[in-house]
Design a protein around this ligand. Structure first.
Ligand SMILES: NC(=O)NCCC[C@H](N)C(=O)O
Length: 338
């Protein structure tokens, strides 16, 4: 055999071998079997109400000690340090032990529901808001989008969450970059084909556009709506509790978005000024099954009961002092499809 002939025969063998062992593009990345085989579990969600299987949290810790009782800003009733970037919008310093006990109550309730609870690892430095594990990431089909936080003191939560996701084996489909601002509390699934982002002081249209690029590849329409005033996240005013059923505070939502909900045939339960607003920041662990903070008015609880919603009420007032609730404290990593 000439050198030329033997080279072309080697090339033929190589081609045939590569052809025989090619992976092929389907089944797609987001298919449960693919994820389980190569990433260990079928990470990802495409709704906010299906039975929850895994969740990410951070138990509040020493990072809360950054709050210096001498740094009072009396004119607005907060504590804070503009130079260091930390703020604590409350009239008393963080009651850390109480916050930890309430957070432990939340994780115990999640475990009682059969949910695997994962902790964001690492040293949280002075990032006192990192107990709100909802915000540095967004879970979509097949994995996570890592956000870019809109408050200086929260920058760096992205790195801790990236390390944790990598350790768990959760695929990161995108990390927001450039001039994007995005926090997970302002993202919500409405159904498996539609999601919403509320833009405002913490989330800009560039951030929404970058999330929208990932969702577009998944066949998901993204509604981008504006929040009111200095509201930071849509999850203060909007919560899906089952397919086609949401709990809302209409005062925190745009009329355009209320119309979108009508178009999507989502029925709403509206809270009123006399209700405890934090109840909207609850968490569905399964369709029509919620973890809610204690303090819900009888009027609102009656409304929930009328819709066949069940709930477990947890003490969470100390955790609210840092500016977030039960929903803010959790990012579900896996839910059943509904
Ligand atoms: N998803 C949420 O609404 N998270 C609450 C974050 C509150 C916290 N005080 C913050 O300013 O980032």
């Amino acid at each position: 055999m000439t050198d030329e002939a033997s080279q072309s025969s080697a090339h033929w063998i190589y081609n045939q071998t590569v052809k025989m062992f090619a992976a092929g593009a389907t089944p797609e990345f987001e298919e449960a079997d693919e994820l389980e085989k190569y990433w260990g579990r079928a990470w990802g969600i495409d709704n906010d109400v299906g039975r929850m299987r895994a969740v990410l949290v951070h138990r509040p810790g020493d990072e809360l000690k950054v709050v210096d009782p001498k740094k009072r800003i009396p004119e607005i009733g907060s504590y804070g340090d503009i130079k260091e970037g930390w703020y604590f919008q409350s009239d008393r310093v963080p009651p850390l032990a109480e916050m930890q006990a309430q957070h432990d109550g939340l994780t115990a309730a999640l475990r009682a529901e059969g949910v695997d609870v994962f902790e964001i690892e690492g040293d949280h430095g002075k990032r006192l808001k990192s107990c709100y594990a909802r915000d540095p990431l967004i879970m979509v089909k097949g994995g996570a989008i890592v956000c870019r936080m809109g408050a200086r003191i929260r920058r760096g939560e992205e790195l801790a969450v990236t390390r944790t996701l990598a350790k768990l084996g959760v695929p990161i489909l995108r990390t927001l970059s450039g001039s994007a601002l995005m926090e997970g509390g302002s993202f919500a699934w409405i159904d498996d084909k539609t999601a919403v982002i509320g833009c405002g002081v913490r989330v800009n249209h560039e951030g929404a556009a970058q999330v929208g690029e990932v969702l577009k590849r998944q066949g998901v329409e993204l509604i981008v709506t504006d929040l009111v005033g200095y509201d930071i996240h849509i999850d203060g005013s909007f919560l899906m509790v089952d397919k086609g059923l949401a709990l809302v505070n209409p005062a925190g939502l745009s009329y355009a978005f209320l119309q979108d909900l009508k178009r999507l045939k989502v029925e709403t339960i509206e809270i009123e000024p006399s209700d405890y607003g934090w109840v909207v920041n609850s968490l569905a662990v399964a369709p029509r099954k919620l973890l809610i903070p204690e303090g819900g008015s009888n009027r609102l609880l009656d409304q929930l009961a009328k819709k066949g919603i069940e709930w477990k009420a947890l003490p969470y007032d100390a955790m609210h002092l840092n500016g977030g609730g039960i929903h803010c404290s959790t990012t579900p990593l896996i839910r059943d499809r509904v």
